[in-house]
Write a protein of this length. Structure first.
Length: 94
C-alpha cells in the first residue's frame, strides 16, 4: 500500500516551515508524490471521492476517500511550491 500523507500533516509541516518545499514532504514512490510530479493538469482536477479513478484505486490500493485526500494533499503541496518558486525566482522567470 502507498504511504499516505494527511492534509493536517502537510498543513502543520508547512506552517512550521513555510520556506520549505512541500515536495520534500511527499514520500518517494507514493501516490501523492506521483500526482504532484504529474503537475497542475492532473492535480487541479476535481478530487472528490466520487471522482476517483478506478484504475488508480486498484493500482495504488486506495479507497475513494484516501484517493480524494491524497489528491487534495498533492494540490496543496503543488500550490505551495508554485507560490514559493514565484517568490524566490520571480513571476517573470521563463
Amino acid at each position: 500500500m502507498t504511504p499516505l500523507v494527511t492534509l493536517a500533516e502537510i498543513r502543520q509541516a508547512l506552517a512550521e516551515n513555510p520556506d520549505r518545499l512541500a515536495e520534500e514532504l511527499l514520500p518517494l514512490g507514493s501516490f501523492v508524490r506521483h500526482k504532484y510530479d504529474q503537475g497542475p493538469a492532473w492535480v487541479f482536477r476535481p478530487h472528490r471521492p466520487e471522482d476517483a479513478d478506478p484504475r488508480e484505486l486498484a493500482e495504488w490500493e486506495l479507497t475513494a476517500e484516501q484517493w480524494a485526500e491524497q489528491m487534495a494533499v498533492a494540490r496543496l503541496a503543488l500550490r505551495h511550491d508554485m507560490k514559493l518558486d514565484a517568490l524566490q525566482e520571480g513571476f517573470a522567470r521563463v
